[in-house]
Every structure is written in structure tokens, then in C-alpha cells.
Design a protein around this ligand. Sequence first.
Ligand code: ATP
Length: 227
Amino acid sequence: MADQPLLTADDVHLSFGETRALQGASLHVYGGEVLALMGPSGSGKSTLLHCLAGILTPESGSIRYGDRDMATMSDSDRSTLRRGEFGFVFQFGQLVPELTCQENVALPLRLAGAGRREAHRQAASWLDRLEVPDVAAKRPGQVSGGQGQRVAVARALVTRPKVIFADEPTGALDSLNGELVMKLFIAAAKETGAAVVLVTHEPRVAAYSDREAVVRDGRVREQEPAR
Ligand SMILES: Nc1ncnc2c1ncn2[C@@H]1O[C@H](COP(=O)(O)OP(=O)(O)OP(=O)(O)O)[C@@H](O)[C@H]1O
């Protein structure tokens, strides 16, 4: 694991109207680790994940990626960062319904400039690793929730991102496939030095992580990294 954090949240505050979702949340995420964000429903886990990913901007406090302050980046720099260096597995609406599952997985590579043939070859290989090669030609509406979730995981990993953000990535999966997805996240962290930040309610899933951080009332209590 790297010495310097890859991502740092420092005293982050964010409200939705009267709801104070984050009230001084601080967190460090290191390259090469799988970090599980746990905590009660409504405690601010997803909001924190969205702030770390540069999707939401805190009202106060800072989010740094390496030595860059996300708040001072332009919208277009933030989207370039998200597209080029981050991978996402979110609960809802992540696959493009008009594209086949293989085209969905190939899409981030195509957006990054890869040729069609190469993008499709890599997409097929990731669908194999996620053990859903048979859904390649189907559209997301024609596959089960669990298959769709594995396609979304393949799409997040295909570009070998530096940070993978996952919100309940195993929620629609049975325990065997949940385990498969967690092992692929761990492999991504260990092979490429990626950081994996995942929100989960399941202690069984968190048990695969290197470290846990508990979010409660918009604040974080994080385990010390093992050194
Ligand atoms: N877009 C929004 N508009 C209004 N309130 C929101 C919005 N997003 C989150 N909230 C509120 O902010 C608080 C924190 O929500 P958040 O989704 O971060 O919690 P969570 O810990 O991820 O919850 P869960 O485990 O149930 O997914 C909650 O009270 C929630 O209702």
C-alpha cells in the first residue's frame, strides 16, 4: 500500500435542504487498498462516495486527489478525471439500455480512444472473467439484475482505473457471485495499485476489504491502515 493517500476528504460538510448529510467527514484512501464504507442507512455513505468521486461538491472542507484539490478543478477537468482515472459501479441506471452488454463494457475504452475491435476483444474477456459471456449480445433489459450488475463491474474495471467507486456492488448478487466480484476488486487493487472504495451493508462483503470506515451522522470513524 502507498504511503501517501490517493484520496483525502478533510472536514467535509454537505446538506440537502435541512438534511445535514455530511458534518465534518474526513477520510484517507490509499492506492492498493479495498476500503469498505459501512454504517446505518442515511448516515451519509453514498454522499461521501459521491464527494470523493467529484460528482458532488462539498459546501466546505476539501477533497484532494493526490495533490490536486477537486474544488479548484474546472468541471471539464473533473469529468476528464472521472472518465480517465475512476471506475464506477452504482446501484441504478449505470448501463446504457440501447447498447448490448458487450458494447456497454467496450464503451469506456472507445471513449478513451481504443479501436472498435480491440475494445470489443477486451470487453469479451472481462465478461468472461465475470462469468457472464452469454449476455454479450443481449441488451441490459434482457438480462437479470445480477447479470447486469456483473456487466457493470466489467465496465468499471475494463479501463484499469486508479480508483474504483462502488455503491452496494454486490447487492443484487448471490453469495458466490458477490465473492467473485470482491475477488476481482481485490485483484484490481493488488495488480494495478488501484484504490477500491465501496459502500456496503453486508459484513460478509466488508470482510473482504483491507480496512473499514464507519459513517455515522455524517462523520467518519476509520480504522488505521495496516503498515
Ligand atoms: N439528493 C438528495 N436530496 C435530498 N436528501 C438527500 C439526497 N441524497 C441524500 N439525501 C439525504 O442525506 C442523508 C444521507 O444520505 P446517503 O444516501 O448519503 O446515506 P447512506 O448512508 O448512503 O444511506 P443508505 O445506506 O440508506 O444508502 C439522508 O438523510 C438522505 O435522505
